[in-house]
Each structure stands twice: as structure tokens, then as C-alpha cells.
Unconditional design. Structure first.
Length: 66
């Protein structure tokens, strides 16, 4: 979600299981480069651009484990 006049976006990551959604991550980051993908690798969420460039990593906590 774009944050007007701030050049930042808010990102919300949900996981769906059996029709129920759980919030996994919620953060604000600069609007460029734009994050469009996320994957989990060994307890770390890796956020990347459309071209696959990794731009942010965040740990997965026990309460929001994918």
C-alpha cells in the first residue's frame, strides 16, 4: 500500500491455511525499489524486486512462522 506524500509503502504479508489468514509480517519501506516478491529461507523472509534483486531480509519469528 502506498503511503501518500511519503515516498514509502506499507507491506502486509499474510499466509492462508484452510481458508483462514494469518498476518506474518507488517512493515514500511521506501517505495523504490518496489518489493513484489517474498520467499522464506532458513527462518528469514527475503523480499525482492520484480527482477529478483533482494532488497530486504527480516527474520521469521516463532509466532508468525510460515
Amino acid at each position: 500500500m502506498e503511503i501518500p506524500r511519503a515516498d514509502k509503502n506499507r507491506y502486509l504479508l499474510y499466509e492462508e491455511r484452510n481458508g483462514s489468514y494469518t498476518l506474518i509480517d507488517d512493515f514500511i519501506a521506501p517505495s523504490a525499489p518496489e518489493i513484489v516478491r517474498v520467499r522464506e529461507d532458513k527462518g528469514v523472509l527475503i523480499y525482492s524486486t520484480r527482477s529478483g534483486q533482494s532488497v530486504l531480509t527480516r527474520p521469521v519469528t516463532a509466532k508468525n512462522r510460515l
